[in-house]
Design a binder for this molecule. Structure first.
Ligand SMILES: Cc1cc2nc3c(=O)[nH]c(=O)nc-3n(C[C@H](O)[C@H](O)[C@H](O)COP(=O)(O)OP(=O)(O)OC[C@H]3O[C@@H](n4cnc5c(N)ncnc54)[C@H](O)[C@@H]3O)c2cc1C
Length: 310
């Protein structure tokens, strides 16, 4: 199928883009990476009257760090995060582990993190990391700029707090300290399909005890989920776990957190190849596995850090 006819504009500044989105009274869509929009237009599930192509706005292409915060401009492509040095420390490691799960290289070379936040697919890796880390979405509209916390931003499948006239200019994520270990684990049916379930975790450990836990669940509800009940259950627990390959005892804090995430935090929606019970089981297993890997990552970081100071 071909897209329905539409007008097309290429603004050169954020102001011009916002004017285009707000002024016309026509149904408009932003074109960023085009990796979701173009497909939907071809299927005519989306029929915009106007497409606002933001790819020629240089100020949207910046990735920067200030005040312990990473700012990801709206044109920063997924693939940027594949490079291990793109973002320093545990946050960079988490983004690098997650990004390779997004589709395949051609899609990652065009698609953007801000586009994923705008599209708000429940199986988006970035969106779950966003809620787990308390990301902030920067929005520019006819009345100026506003910032929305990820917890308030996602409102359901493909539904967000963004108003139609607003452009996402950037997504902000807090950097993570060196005492934080991270991991991301995904389960999907085939290499290129969306996640059936995935989990992002960041564990802050001091003297072997968990001080803070952040867990994001992908495709485990109609929107990205922060597994707060599971996080709470981990505070004060010891971060030790048997080495990989050894079974995690049922009463281990990570196994318990997995069961809590599956029953109290997740609200799975059935899909053709994964019913609700299957997804709950996947959440339980993946949360435990991700926490175990995050704890191992934190120990490795601690050892490397000590080595640096010898
Ligand atoms: C085969 C395939 C597999 C995929 N697998 C995955 C996957 O596993 N995980 C995953 O997360 N994604 C996946 N995607 C989607 C991909 O990550 C997209 O890149 C992403 O969803 C949207 O980013 P984009 O920059 O391409 O946005 P576009 O396609 O350009 O836009 C998508 C929507 O967001 C809006 N939008 C985009 N940018 C802005 C902005 N700055 N401000 C306001 N609105 C904006 C557009 O108007 C449109 O409605 C897949 C896509 C395909 C085709």
């Amino acid at each position: 199928m071909k897209p329905a006819p539409f007008d097309y504009v290429v603004p050169r500044t954020v102001r011009e883009a916002v004017d285009a989105l707000g002024d016309t009274g026509r149904k408009a869509q932003v074109l960023a990476g085009g990796q979701s929009l173009i497909l939907e237009m071809h299927l005519q599930r989306i029929r915009p009257e106007l497409v606002v192509d933001i790819n020629c706005i240089p100020e949207l292409g910046h990735l920067s760090v200030a005040d312990s915060t990473l700012r990801v401009g709206a044109l920063v492509r997924h693939a940027v995060f594949e490079s291990p040095g793109a973002v320093a420390g545990p946050l960079g490691a988490l983004l690098a582990r997650a990004v390779v799960n997004i589709a395949h290289p051609p899609i990652r070379s065009r698609g953007t993190m801000a586009g994923s936040f705008a599209w708000a697919h429940p199986a988006s890796e970035w969106c779950a990391i966003g809620v787990a880390l308390d990301a902030v979405v920067e929005l520019r509209g006819p009345d100026g700029t506003r910032e929305v916390a990820a917890a308030d931003y996602f409102q359901g499948p493909y539904r967000t707090a963004r108003r139609p006239q607003e452009l996402i200019t950037a997504v902000r994520l807090p950097l993570l300290g060196e005492d934080t270990g991270v991991s991301f684990v995904e389960h999907r049916r085939t290499h290129f399909t969306f996640a059936q379930v995935a989990v992002a975790a960041a564990l802050t450990v001091r003297d072997g005890v968990i001080g803070e836990a952040r867990i994001g669940l992908v495709n485990s509800a109609d929107r990205p989920v922060r597994a707060r009940a599971a996080e709470q259950a981990l505070i004060g627990a010891e971060a030790d776990a048997p080495p990989a390959g050894h079974r995690l005892p049922e009463d281990h804090p990570f196994a318990r957190a997995g069961r809590i995430a599956a029953t109290e935090d997740a609200a799975p929606v059935a899909e053709p190849y994964a019913d609700v019970e299957y997804k709950r089981q996947a959440v339980a297993v993946l949360v435990a596995r991700t926490l175990r890997e995050a704890a191992a990552d934190q120990r490795a970081r601690g050892a490397a850090h000590q080595g640096d100071h010898r």
